[in-house]
Design a protein around this ligand. Structure first.
Ligand SMILES: Cc1cc2nc3c(=O)[nH]c(=O)nc-3n(C[C@H](O)[C@H](O)[C@H](O)COP(=O)(O)O)c2cc1C
Length: 278
């Protein structure tokens, strides 16, 4: 039940909700105000609520007055450019965990990233205490040790080379290359049944990465953790609560950074293929 409601005192019958509806399921033909004829067609994107200039539309119980007004709130292109170019892979963290409300805010906002066919299936698994992450860290290195002592593995496999190097650094020097001593880990997964599970997770994590760094939280895409919870020890993902019918999209670590970057890096200028005429 969509519960599509039009506040008739506010609606100016401009038709914007009709023209912006992707599955074209809103009409005004048989009524003075917009209606949804076939609820099954609706993809629950809420464009009708967002595009209405007078905040007249409510759908699925969402009150338009509870949305963030966009007029004064968007960052400038300059600040976005500074964020995108200034975002860095943080590999040094303070031990102290983030407040749980900060983690919830990061995850709740990142869940707003777009998903294929608006599936909204991305599921975040995060550790919220440094103690839980420390337990996981110990378990990972113990398992990596066992994995490496099994002589069956292929030494040419890059994943094992990295694991070997990381295990040596951890056991000989107490250096954690896999989780970078971060106080939190993050796994994005999505049901295998949604149209684009992997893509949805990667976009959600990209959103998380940028938002985190805009809030002074450090983050790192962590391929080594992905190998651990997805390729080598899937039981760890399950222990953390990743649903069995989910595909893991990717993993990150995050926390208070113990390093500060003062300027953007300068990348080699990219090449573009700009087509102006066919
Ligand atoms: C998919 C992906 C996986 C990554 N995995 C790791 C990793 O396991 N360990 C690590 O230290 N850095 C990892 N990185 C970080 C990259 O090395 C980093 O993005 C790159 O060196 C550029 O640095 P910057 O992010 O600070 O611009 C990963 C990055 C991406 C995008």
């Amino acid at each position: 039940m969509l519960n599509f409601k039009v506040n008739e005192d506010r609606c100016i019958r401009c038709g914007k909700c009709i023209t912006d509806c992707p599955p074209m399921c809103i009409s005004m033909q048989e009524s003075d105000f917009p209606v949804i004829q076939d609820e099954n067609k609706c993809m629950r994107c809420q464009h009708c609520l967002a595009v209405c200039p007078t905040a007249a539309i409510s759908i699925m119980g969402a009150d338009p007055d509870n949305s963030i007004e966009l007029k004064y709130e968007l960052p400038t292109a300059h600040s976005m450019e500074a964020l995108i170019k200034g975002r860095r892979s943080v590999r040094k963290y303070k031990k102290k965990a983030l407040e749980e409300k900060t983690i919830r805010r990061l995850l709740e906002t990142s869940f707003h990233a777009p998903t294929g066919v608006n599936a909204q299936g991305v599921f975040f698994t995060a550790t919220t205490t440094a103690e839980a992450t420390e337990e996981l860290r110990k378990e990972i290195y113990a398992k990596v040790g066992k994995l490496l002592s099994n002589s069956d593995y292929d030494e040419n496999d890059m994943r094992f080379q990295y694991m070997n190097m990381s295990h040596k650094a951890y056991t000989n020097h107490g250096m954690d290359i896999i989780l970078r001593d971060a106080p939190h880990i993050l796994i994005a997964s999505a049901p295998k049944t949604v149209p684009l599970p992997k893509e949805d997770c990667l976009i959600a994590l990209t959103t998380f990465d940028l938002l985190a760094q805009s809030m002074g939280v450090g983050s790192l895409w962590d391929g080594m953790l992905k190998w651990c919870v997805d390729d080598f020890f899937p039981e760890l993902g399950q222990k953390l609560g990743v649903p069995e019918d989910h595909q893991i999209g990717y993993t990150m670590v995050f926390g208070h950074p113990a390093v500060q970057y003062h300027r953007t890096v300068q990348r080699t200028p990219p090449e573009f293929n700009l087509v102006s005429k066919l």
